[in-house]
Design a protein around this ligand. Sequence first.
Ligand SMILES: [Zn+2]
Length: 80
Amino acid sequence: MQFHAGHCPNCHNGRLFLFRESETGDVYGHCEECEQGYRSPDEIESRGGFLTLLNDSDAEWATADEISRSVWANYRIFQT
Ligand SMILES: [Zn+2]
């Protein structure tokens, strides 16, 4: 099961799939289209974020349990 946080504010096209960074345990949103990453819902609202290309290899799909203990816990999350 995979989770996403709706559509990307950068490209308005991709969905923000949630990954867990292996090294830090942080859950972040990763746009499937433009590769923009968001570390928190606040970054989506402010259209901040970072480019995920550099550290993408050290991440796995976030689980429901991990999401519930992260900054995304109270955000609207969709399942696929
Ligand atoms: Zn995008």
